[in-house]
Design a protein around this ligand. Structure first.
Ligand code: DOR
Ligand code: ZN
Length: 378
C-alpha cells in the first residue's frame, strides 16, 4: 500500500483535478529565495548547490558544518567554496550566517555585518540537532552579542527547541517558546528574530502575535507530512527531521499560516541533505532533502488551499522584507501540466546517493525560468 493511503492527508492533486477546465495553468512570480538552507561542504555541496540555484536567487546558508562557521573569516571562506561549487552561469547569492556560541565575539559579528559578509546569526541550543554540540547552553552568555545585533539590526535565526531530556520531543518547540524565546525577546525587544522551521500551532500563534520584528519560516516538508508519515506502517527515515513533524492539526495550522498572506511567514526549506547511508541507519540523521522539488510541492499545497495567488508572497516577497532586502528582479514561471512532473528519486554525490523528498502524491507543477536577475530572458 502506498505510504500515504489512509493517513488523512489531503491529496492536493486530486483537489485540483476536480476544478473544472483546469488542465493547464501558468503562474509567473518573482524569483524566490530560501531563508533556511543546508548546503554542507565538499562532495555534498558539489552535488546540491545547483539544485537550489536552479530556482532560487538567494538563500540563508546554515553554519552547522564540522567545525561550525563561527567567525567572519569562516563565513567568507565558506561563501567562496559555495560560489566555486555552483554550476557555470548560475546566478545565486549565498547569504551567510554565523554559528552562535557562548564565546562569539560581538565585535567580529559587527564587522561581519558591516562588511556585508553575514545576514544573520544562528542560535542552536546545544544538542538540539545535527552538529549543534557547540551551541548555546547558558543564554545569559550570549546577551552581549544579542545587544550588538539589536543595535545593528542583524537577525537572530533560532532553532526553537529545548534540549531538556525531560521534555517530550513533540513538546520541545512549544516549551522553548515559553522558557527561552519569549524571555529572550523581552530582554531584546529591538532584535529581529526568525523562528525557524515552525512546526506547531503554538509556534504559528507566537510568530503571528509577538510584538517586535518576529517572523517564522516554514519548510516544504512540514506543510506536507505529519508524524504518521514517519512512524505508521513502518519507520521511514527520510521523513525524519528536526523539529520532528507533529500531529496533523499542527500541519494544518502551518498550511493556514503559509497561505494566509501574513508577511511574518515565509519559506525556509531547511533542505538538509544526508547521504542515504546516514539516514537509513540504526541512528539516522535528521533532515529532508527538498531543494529539487520544493517549488512543485509548494505550488500543489497552495493550489489545494485555494491560495495560489499567495505563493509569491510566501516564496519571494515576505522574506526579503523581513531581512531588509529588495525582492529579486527576475521571475520564474510555474506551469500546471496534465501529466506528473518527473523528478529523480535520488541525487548522486561522490559520498553516495541522497534521497529526494517524496511528497506522497504526484506533482503537476513544473518550474521554468522566466527572467533572470538582470531581466534577460533565460
Ligand atoms: O532536520 C534537520 N536537519 N533539522 C535541523 O535542525 C538540522 C538539519 C541538518 O543539519 O541536517
Ligand atoms: Zn536546518
Amino acid at each position: 500500500m502506498h505510504p500515504f493511503v489512509g493517513t488523512g492527508i489531503p491529496r492536493p492533486n486530486s483537489v485540483a483535478d476536480r476544478q473544472s477546465g483546469m488542465t493547464m495553468m501558468k503562474l509567473t512570480i518573482r524569483r524566490p529565495d530560501d531563508w533556511h538552507l543546508h548546503l554542507r561542504d565538499g562532495a555534498i555541496l558539489q552535488a546540491v548547490a545547483g539544485e537550489t540555484a536552479r530556482h532560487f536567487d538567494r538563500a540563508i546558508i546554515m553554519p552547522n558544518l564540522v567545525p561550525p562557521v563561527r567567525t567572519a573569516a569562516d563565513a567568507s571562506a565558506y561563501r567562496d567554496r559555495i560560489l566555486a561549487a555552483l554550476p557555470a552561469g548560475a546566478a545565486f547569492t549565498p547569504l551567510m550566517t554565523l554559528y552562535l556560541t557562548e564565546d562569539t565575539d560581538p565585535a567580529d559579528v559587527a564587522r561581519a555585518h558591516a562588511e556585508g559578509i553575514v545576514h544573520a546569526v544562528k542560535l542552536y541550543p546545544a544538542g538540539a540537532t545535527t552538529n549543534s554540540a557547540s551551541g548555546v547552553r547558558d543564554f545569559d552568555r550570549i546577551q552581549p552579542v544579542l545587544e550588538t545585533m539589536a543595535k545593528i539590526g542583524l537577525t537572530l535565526c533560532v532553532h526553537g527547541e529545548v534540549t531538556d531530556t525531560e521534555v517530550d520531543i513533540f513538546d520541545r518547540e512549544a516549551v522553548f517558546l515559553d522558557r527561552v524565546l519569549e524571555p529572550l525577546r523581552q530582554r531584546n525587544p529591538e532584535l529581529p528574530i526568525t523562528l525557524e522551521h515552525v512546526t506547531t500551532r503554538e509556534g504559528v500563534d507566537y510568530v503571528r502575535d509577538a510584538p517586535g520584528r518576529v517572523a517564522g519560516t516554514i519548510t516544504t516538508h512540514h506543510l506536507i507530512i505529519n508524524r504518521n508519515h514517519i512512524l505508521a506502517g513502518g519507520i521511514r527515515p527520510h521523513y525524519y527531521c528536526l523539529p520532528v513533524a507533529k500531529r496533523d492539526t499542527h500541519r494544518r495550522a502551518l498550511v493556514d499560516a503559509a497561505t494566509s498572506g501574513n508577511p511574518r511567514f515565509f519559506l525556509g526549506t531547511d533542505s538538509a541533505p544526508h547521504v542515504d547511508a546516514l539516514k537509513e541507519s540504526g541512528c539516522g540523521c535528521a533532515g529532508c532533502f527538498t531543494a529539487t522539488n520544493t517549488l512543485s510541492c509548494l505550488a500543489q499545497v497552495f493550489e489545494a488551499a485555494g491560495a495560489l495567488e499567495r505563493i509569491e508572497g510566501f516564496a519571494s516577497l515576505h522574506g526579503p522584507a523581513h531581512y531588509g532586502l529588495a525582492p529579486n528582479a527576475g521571475s520564474i514561471t510555474l506551469t500546471r501540466q496534465e501529466t506528473p512532473v518527473a523528478y529523480p528519486a535520488k541525487i548522486d554525490s561522490k559520498d553516495g546517493p541522497i534521497t529526494l523528498f517524496d511528497p506522497g502524491f504526484d506533482l503537476f507543477w513544473s518550474v521554468t525560468d522566466g527572467t533572470h536577475h538582470h531581466g534577460e530572458t533565460a
